[in-house]
Design a binder for this molecule. Structure first.
Ligand code: COA
Length: 260
């Protein structure tokens, strides 16, 4: 699928996805959501992609939310359908089986914060701002904000942000666990790529099962999560990658994983 609202470029195993509507601060209209869904599918299924980095075009915004012009026209039925389309697209990204890093380069508001939260790791530039301002518009989050924010920062902090619509800066977002690290704007993409290269040098089957285990076990009873982990541990023991990883350690060399 050719993209019109995204730049989608694969370089040496990494898909660089840039939401590209800078004149609207990269707001998520229906077309962007459809293209994020297509991009997530490509990331999940293309063998030449090991992981993805998502960012926003321009210096000002990652994504300033769902497109308020479109939302203003919706009724209850198409509003729910729009919410479901966005949720499904973001969930596909979250469950693509490969690491996805959000490089948050400016405003990440509403759907932008929700997109970042659907990524596995969030790195922010020092000028980034986060918030869920939906209640100011008389609506609530529609793309997973009320579900993922409490999982990331805890119920009390999530409710404070959701109910007050307060915008927080990158340092506060880092302090409460919403982002993993803060970098100067000019270093953000380089740092995201460096982290992704570190991940991609590891066993890809093991990385994929870590993603699967954490995603699934957050909704499981402790004992079920532990059983899933043990099953993954056993399964990975049947792989050539495990033999390669351990042999490389014993031979004091770098492992060369094949993903099998
Ligand atoms: N939907 C549609 N258009 C948006 C948008 C959104 N979520 N966020 C920004 N834009 C548009 C603005 O309408 C403006 O378009 P215009 O130049 O055609 O008038 C352009 O992007 C630039 O935004 P502007 O508001 O002029 O920039 P600013 O620096 O003064 O303010 C923000 C930046 C992010 C604080 C402000 O744009 C804002 O509050 N956006 C909405 C955030 C929001 O509520 N998101 C959740 C939606 S559910």
């Amino acid at each position: 699928m050719p993209f019109t609202t995204l730049d989608f470029e694969v370089r040496d195993g990494i898909a660089f996805v840039t939401i590209n509507r800078p004149d609207k601060l990269n707001a998520l209209n229906d077309e962007v959501i459809a293209e994020i869904a297509a991009a997530a599918e490509a990331i999940a299924t293309r063998d030449d992609i090991g992981g993805a980095i998502i960012t926003g075009a321009g210096a000002k915004a990652f994504v300033a939310g769902a497109d308020i012009g479109e939302l203003s026209q919706q009724g209850p039925i198409d509003g729910k359908a729009r919410s479901r389309r966005g949720q499904v697209a973001f969930r596909r990204l979250e469950q693509c089986g490969k690491p996805v890093i959000a490089a948050v380069n400016g405003f990440a508001l509403g759907g932008g914060c929700e997109l970042a939260m659907a990524c596995h790791i969030r790195l922010a530039s020092s000028n980034a701002k986060f918030g869920q301002p939906e209640v100011k518009l008389g609506i609530g989050p529609g793309y997973g904000g009320s579900v993922r924010l409490p999982r990331l920062v805890g119920r009390g902090r999530a409710l404070e942000l959701l109910l007050t619509a307060r915008m927080i800066d990158a340092d506060e977002a880092c302090r409460i666990g919403l982002v993993n690290a803060v970098h100067p704007p000019e270093e953000l993409l380089g740092k995201a790529e460096e982290m992704m290269r570190t991940i991609l040098a590891n066993g890809p089957l093991a990385v994929g099962l870590c993603l699967e285990a954490v995603d699934a076990s957050l909704d499981m009873a402790l004992d079920d999560g532990l059983m899933l982990e043990a099953n993954h541990f056993g399964l990975l023991s049947a792989t050539a990658d495990m033999r390669e990883g351990m042999t490389a350690f014993l031979e004091k060399r770098k492992a060369n994983f094949q993903g099998c």
